[in-house]
Design a protein around this ligand. Structure first.
Ligand code: GLU
Ligand code: MG
Length: 430
């Protein structure tokens, strides 16, 4: 094979980092991986390493590529081809590293399977903004065409590399677009969320566009969310288990308990799912991001939305019903987002949590005044994470410590800047 093979992980700031080897080493790198450094997990999104991190200057790891994640970005216009693999971070002897986010996701899914016989079907839906286009109307055909041929090439590329694109749409915000992928196995969905952003950025760069997945580009503007759609399947029968027509919101008891676990720990979870200095500027009411900690039927201000189903063309409600977690963004690590939501949901299934209120579609804003608010700032969310013993128990203490160090170091970098300036700093990274 010519070109290079890039072996990557995704860090706590949601950035894809790794190393490449010559194409001729392809088979060897799949077998042996490449070297990596524990303190790489303490890198901030602005480049520096969080000071006083638990890893210091010692230690060595391997990035062990997972063959199933491989995608080839083909050669085009003088840009060479590259083969990209996602990797597990392991110790030099190949055993899992206790801070590896992908291992966190995998073990959460395994625990869900072993403890309650359920598996997750998931899809991450991404919004992003393309800079420098002529203004166009939201959701318009004109906007769809304004970013051609990039849009069509992107859909084709995602199809070719197996990411199963579902919808490519001109979104509401200025120059904003959204790409959704078909639902699939939970770990695969998180892998695809990592790959998707790189495929979008890489193609955009080759076509002369500047894209940003940052949660907010302008304090007054629309946010770029990452919504995680989750459903559950019985491992032994393969049947979806979220639908029960007789219950509130048509959500089965197991689905309601899964949701209850997420709601119960939501304020701490947002420190993981929305970890950048601008994430909480997006998570405010009336932006269709998240207006509070509640579960609701088809409400786009809910933390957890029970999504609609459609019977048109033979569609089956039981196969479609899913919960959408709306408080994530592209500055989060998709494996940690998935892993922590699955842990929370499992906790809800196993625990004593009360049945959650399902707010019906006709709920008024006045009625929602009683729901728990999200933390107002990232700093508040980090405090919630530090206090939530249950959530802390899902991770190795070094991983949580590093997450706190990285996110606080990022906050320190932008301290004293205006909201506009912070938005710009973060947007430039993502
Ligand atoms: N842009 C909104 C967000 O920040 C989501 C809009 C929607 O697709 O419902 O999450
Ligand atoms: Mg959207």
């Amino acid at each position: 094979m010519t070109g290079t093979v890039f072996v990557a992980t995704c860090d706590l700031a949601g950035l894809t980092r790794g190393r490449s080897v010559p194409g001729a080493e392809h088979d060897a790198v799949l077998r042996r991986g490449v070297g990596w450094v524990p303190a790489d997990l303490a890198l901030t999104c602005f480049g520096g390493i969080a000071e006083d991190n638990v890893f210091g200057s010692t230690g060595d790891l391997r990035l062990m590529p997972d063959r199933a994640t491989g995608v080839v970005i083909p050669e085009s216009d003088g840009h060479p081809a590259v083969r990209l693999y996602l990797a597990d971070q392991t110790l030099p002897d190949g055993t899992p590293w206790h801070c590896d986010p992908r291992t966190v996701a995998r073990s959460a899914l395994a625990e869900l399977r072993e403890r309650v016989g359920l598996e997750v079907v998931a899809s991450f839906e991404h919004e992003f903004t393309v800079a420098g286009l002529e203004p166009t109307a939201p959701f318009s055909f004109a906007r769809h065409r304004a970013v051609e041929p990039f849009g069509t090439e992107l859909v084709e590329l995602l199809g070719e590399v197996g990411l199963a694109p579902e919808t490519w749409l001109p979104e509401y915000g200025e120059n904003q677009f959204e790409i959704t992928l078909e639902p699939c196995d939970g770990l695969v969905a998180a892998d695809r969320a990592v790959l998707l952003k790189e495929l979008v950025r890489d193609l955009a760069r080759r076509r002369g566009h500047r894209v940003s997945f940052a949660p907010l580009l302008d304090p007054e503007g629309s946010g770029n969310g990452v919504h995680l759609h989750l459903s559950l399947r019985d491992v032994s029968t393969g049947r979806p288990v979220l639908l029960d027509e007789t219950r509130p919101g048509r959500l089965s008891e197991v689905g309601a308990r899964f949701a209850a676990g997420i709601l119960a720990h939501a304020r701490a979870l947002t420190a993981i799912t929305a970890p950048s200095p601008t994430s909480f500027l997006r998570l405010t009411p009336h932006r269709w991001s998240v207006g509070g900690v509640f579960l609701a039927e088809r409400n786009r201000e809910a933390l957890l939305r029970i999504c609609p189903t459609s019977t048109v063309g033979g569609g089956r409600a039981d196969q479609q019903l899913n919960l959408e977690y709306r408080a994530a963004d592209a500055t989060a690590n998709p494996w940690l987002v998935l892993g922590s939501l699955v842990r929370a949901g499992l906790d809800g299934i196993l625990g004593e949590t009360d049945e959650p209120m399902v707010w019906p579609e006709d709920t008024t804003e006045a009625q929602l005044a009683e729901v728990l608010p999200l933390p107002a700032t990232l700093a508040e969310a980090l405090g919630e994470l530090e206090r939530d013993e249950t959530v802390l128990g899902w991770f190795h203490p070094d991983l949580v410590r590093t997450h706190l160090d990285v996110t606080r170091a990022q906050l320190a970098v932008v301290e004293g800047l205006t909201a506009e300036q912070i938005c710009r700093r973060v947007a430039d990274v993502y």
